[in-house]
Design a protein around this ligand. Structure first.
Ligand SMILES: Cc1ncc(COP(=O)(O)O)c(C=O)c1O
Length: 395
């Protein structure tokens, strides 16, 4: 046990999942090898694309009593600071391709949009979304890159630093009352009234096409990690907001390794535990109470329906992670614990790591974690709000 006792997480099993559940046609319509190949072709052609580092942490692995711990460090992704650069911006390219095709009366590909081949066909379009920071930054960045307008909705507790970072990409930023989930609804209503394109990272009944592209972009992070690992992982720990990122990683793990896939463990903030509620109930179920957590990117009260379609079958456990554990884990990574390389990880980036490091005897037994385990985690953001990062580290 590396973390303080008051920072101990809770564990819930998903009784609907098992390693031998098949990969279904409905799941393949969301994420597939073909869709991943297209995302790789499009995103791989963007200036500045490079795989992010996969960092071995042997010192932490030894302290955690496991054979290996690898961390995929997304802090440098496209200079945007998080894995979200892969999803929102890719979905913007796909949305603009469809709009441009309708305008031109011929097929226009996302690659043409992304290479700036059809500026006159996209200039009049507006994309919009609600965000707790990182997704909106990706959408704003994509809009600026591909030459259309962006209006980004943020809720009350999104930090000013994050709002400024979005505006720096030329987007109009609008602050809304209420929570993240309220801002999702307001963005959708405004888009409907104005004729804008909603580029959401979450999905709901009747709205699945765009978030499918977002998740297809995220799969690039997973494929880079799997291709760099010396051996397949036995366990993957994934922090969850609406679950799009975890679903993308779990989907690729299932397609790649089939019934021999690793154990998939989700990590919800205690204050935004929609995956814990959903796994406990066996159906999508909102988080209890006010959604409140310092893990801003994970402050989501409802699971994404597309993510549920995948994680219902291929996500095994969820751990609820208290906010109290987050600063310690950020410091552990920042200060080169046990001689490992230092990693700059934001407050929404470490819940998966916390879930792994804090597993006590009973949890280790349940998860099958032991001296032979090879664990993969994703540090999904760097210091996306540098002032806040510093404050937390010094707290
Ligand atoms: C840094 C970071 N990690 C993880 C997530 C969770 O992703 P998802 O909402 O797809 O579960 C987010 C979402 O905003 C995020 O910003």
């Amino acid at each position: 046990m590396i973390l303080e006792p008051q920072a101990q997480p809770g564990l819930i099993r998903n009784s609907l999942a098992s390693a031998d559940k098949p990969w279904t046609a409905a799941q393949d319509a969301i994420l597939s090898d073909e869709a991943l190949a297209e995302a790789r072709r499009v995103i791989g052609s963007w200036q500045g694309y490079a795989p992010t580092p996969l960092v071995a942490l042997p010192g932490l692995a030894a302290r955690a009593g496991i054979a290996a711990l690898h961390l995929k460090d997304e802090g440098g992704r496209f200079g945007i600071g998080s894995f979200k650069a892969l999803g929102g911006a890719y979905a913007v390219a796909q949305v603009l391709a469809r709009a441009a095709s309708a305008r031109a009366g011929r097929h226009i590909s996302a690659e043409e949009v992304a290479t700036g081949a059809v500026p006159d066909l996209v200039r009049a379009e507006t994309v919009t979304c609600a965000t707790d920071g990182n997704h909106g930054r990706s959408v704003a960045w994509g809009a600026q890159r591909f030459g259309c307008r962006a209006v980004i909705f943020i809720h009350q507790t999104v930090s000013q630093g994050r709002a400024d970072a979005i505006a720096a990409f030329g987007a109009e930023v609008r602050r809304t009352p209420g929570t993240y989930d309220d801002s999702v609804r307001i963005a959708a209503e405004t888009a409907q009234a104005e004729g804008w394109h909603v580029v959401s990272d979450t999905s709901w009944g009747g709205y699945t096409d765009v978030p499918r592209h977002v998740m297809q972009g995220y799969e690039i992070m997973a494929t880079e990690a799997f291709e760099s690992l010396p051996q397949p992982p036995t366990h993957i720990f994934l922090q969850t907001g609406v679950g799009g990122m975890a679903a993308a990683v779990a989907a690729l793990a299932k397609r790649r390794w089939g019934a021999a896939r690793p154990v998939i463990v989700l990590a919800d903030p205690v204050g935004a535990a929609c995956w814990a509620e959903s796994y406990a109930a066996g159906a999508p179920t909102p988080a209890k109470g006010e959604v409140e957590t310092m893990q801003a990117g994970l402050a989501c009260g409802e699971v994404s329906l597309l993510a549920w379609e995948i994680l219902r079958d291929h996500g095994d456990w969820v751990v609820t992670v208290p906010d109290e554990a987050i600063p310690g884990a950020m410091r552990l990574l920042a200060r080169s614990a046990g001689g490992d390389p230092a990693v700059v990880a934001g407050e929404s980036a470490v819940a998966g790591l916390v879930a792994c490091l804090s597993a006590d005897g009973a949890m280790r037994g349940a998860l099958g974690l032991g001296p032979a385990s090879r664990v993969l985690v994703f540090s999904t953001e760097g210091d996306t709000d540098p002032a806040l990062y510093r404050r937390i580290l010094d707290s």
